[in-house]
Design a binder for this molecule. Sequence first.
Ligand SMILES: CSC[C@@H](O)[C@@H](O)C(=O)COP(=O)(O)O
Ligand SMILES: [Zn+2]
Length: 211
Amino acid sequence: MENRPYDAQRLARCASEIASSVRELSARGWTPATSSNFSMRLDERHVAITVSGRDKGRLTDDDVMVVDLSGSAVATDHRPSAETLLHTQLYARFPDVGCVLHTHSLNQTVASRLYAGAGQLRLEGYELLKAFNGNTTHEAAIDLPVLPNSQDMHTLAAQVDALLDNQPVWGYLIDGHGLYAWGRDMGEARRHLEAFEFLIACELELRRLHA
Ligand SMILES: CSC[C@@H](O)[C@@H](O)C(=O)COP(=O)(O)O
Ligand SMILES: [Zn+2]
């Protein structure tokens, strides 16, 4: 058996968890045209992440590879997600982060366009705010940041770093692009992702109704 610098059994479990979760999210239409990327922490130095360009609706365990915290591929010739740096920066900065999910749903993308000027979308007064750690009441508010898009990952990562310096957040939108959300494990990251998606949809619907 080859000697790998990470636990191969943990990789197998994470790859399976990522692939099945991603297929579910894809079935909801949140990952059009091969977009979106997903990862889980393997250990202090390694991350399991989706291979770049794969069809997320048909994702298999083999479409998940390993990178180190600088984003370099480990023990594989596969190319990691083009947005790997946006994942690894969270793992490097927060030892508690165990899973990062990035999707391109219609609601996320439309909201990112509408609120890019304001730089954030305020989510306030919703029972579902309790899906985020630390919130115990609907009488709360979360400002979901909206960052300018860039094809230069270092530019994007610098914007995210500045954001994380200023406030505790569980996710952010990128203008015309999509949503990043994370948590301590897949369950928590999905809860955050689904809560953001639902609350964003509520805000868009209220705008449509001019409420
Ligand atoms: C198919 S366009 C979307 C990509 O540019 C990117 O934003 C994305 O989410 C997926 O990139 P990937 O390299 O497959 O992880
Ligand atoms: Zn993307």
